[in-house]
Design a protein around this ligand. Structure first.
Ligand code: F6P
Length: 350
């Protein structure tokens, strides 16, 4: 197969480091192989419009600024499943054939899709239906894509959450307060447990470990009695559920209210939200992004398709997309991070 033109798109929630991937794909494809690179706008939605929305990427697009930028210069969407597309009139339609037609109009020989597990599953289905040559690159602050130690964007999110704890600790200490930090992660607790350890949290709640509110309250009491300390830091992952059904807004506020009642603590809650997705990518996210981009292009050159690039044992490797989609990667309660947290006396709620 002679490759002349490849596409690249970002799909799902944005994160820091996506532009490093786009840059690496463009540089490798043009300088090593002499291919054209089409950056598709707004994920698969760019292929729905007529004419399809894309921008041809060239080396001059990457003079040095873009590598350092958060977000994605191509735009992204995390809604609008093409197989079950919500139309303005409220009906749902399968628009997959329109996307495949858009792809064909661009004359692409292969596509690099930068996405999380949900996006990669949808794009793989489109690729199978349309006969596309697809390579996936894992990205998500949640770090829950299976078969890779790291997804692009995750380490920057951990950095943001750790910095939040660095900022919360002095104000907690000054006012004798319990500061509760609610972090993202969807159904998993990777950001919470990693940032919690790095930021000196006293308690960390993650969806993978069921918790007991009494344990949390006792922990606060122990801190007071044993250390004479009247302030504390708690990190909670957004995916942790309230013990009982509750109409309250989020898990952070729920804990704040319960601990105020149970432990008589003066609590404040900070919901970090989308600050974890934005900002300047950390060096490691730029590095993973660059390695993934180069490797993805080399896979196309080697005509190895339907694969996802991954990071494993200090190496950039690739794995079958079939083994990735439909699985997720929770925090292992026996992992080094969990053992470390327990070893430090951090309360995990159990
Ligand atoms: O998957 C990334 C993520 O940031 C999750 O951590 C979070 O639950 C979700 O996306 C937020 O989605 P939205 O940007 O649609 O609010």
């Amino acid at each position: 197969m002679a490759t002349n033109r490849i596409g690249v798109l970002t799909s799902g929630g944005d994160c820091a480091g996506l532009n490093a991937v786009i840059r690496a794909v463009t540089k490798r494809a043009i300088t090593e192989y002499g291919w054209e690179v089409y950056g598709i706008n707004d994920g698969s939605h760019g292929l729905l419009d007529r004419p399809p929305r894309y921008q041809q990427l060239s080396l001059s697009d990457f003079s040095g600024t873009v590598l350092r930028l958060g977000g994605t210069i191509l735009g992204s969407v995390n809604s609008g499943d093409p197989f079950d597309f919500l139309m303005p009139d409220g009906s749902h339609q399968d628009r997959s054939e329109e996307i495949i037609e858009g792809y064909n109009q661009l004359g692409l020989d292969a596509l690099i899709a930068i996405g999380g597990d949900g996006s990669l599953a949808i794009l793989r289905k489109l690729a199978q239906q349309g006969g596309w040559n697809l390579i996936g690159i894992p990205k998500t602050i949640d770090n829950d894509v299976d078969l890779t130690e790291n997804a692009v964007g995750y380490l920057t999110a951990v950095d943001v959450a750790t910095e939040a704890l660095d900022r919360l600790q002095p104000t907690a200490a000054s006012h004798n307060r319990v500061m509760i930090l609610e972090v993202m992660g969807r159904d998993h607790g990777h950001i919470a447990i990693n940032a919690g350890i790095a930021g000196g949290a006293d308690a960390i709640l993650i969806p993978e470990i069921p918790y007991d509110l009494d344990r949390l309250s006792t922990k606060l009491e122990d801190i007071r009695k044993q250390e004479g300390r009247t302030f504390a830091l708690i990190v909670v992952a957004e995916g942790v559920k309230p013990v009982s059904d509750s109409a309250e807004a989020g898990i952070g506020q729920y804990l704040c209210d319960r601990l105020t009642d149970m432990a008589g603590a003066e609590c404040r809650v900070t919901v970090l939200g989308h600050t974890q997705r934005g900002g300047i990518p950390t060096p490691r996210d730029r590095l993973f992004g660059s390695a993934f981009g180069v490797h993805a292009v080399d896979l196309i050159a080697a005509e190895k398709f339907d694969r996802m690039v991954a990071w494993s044992s200090r190496d950039c490797v690739d794995v079958p997309l079939a083994d990735v989609v439909g699985h997720s990667h929770p925090v292992d309660p026996k992992s080094a991070v969990v053992r470390t947290a327990r070893g430090l006396g951090i309360c995990l709620g159990d």
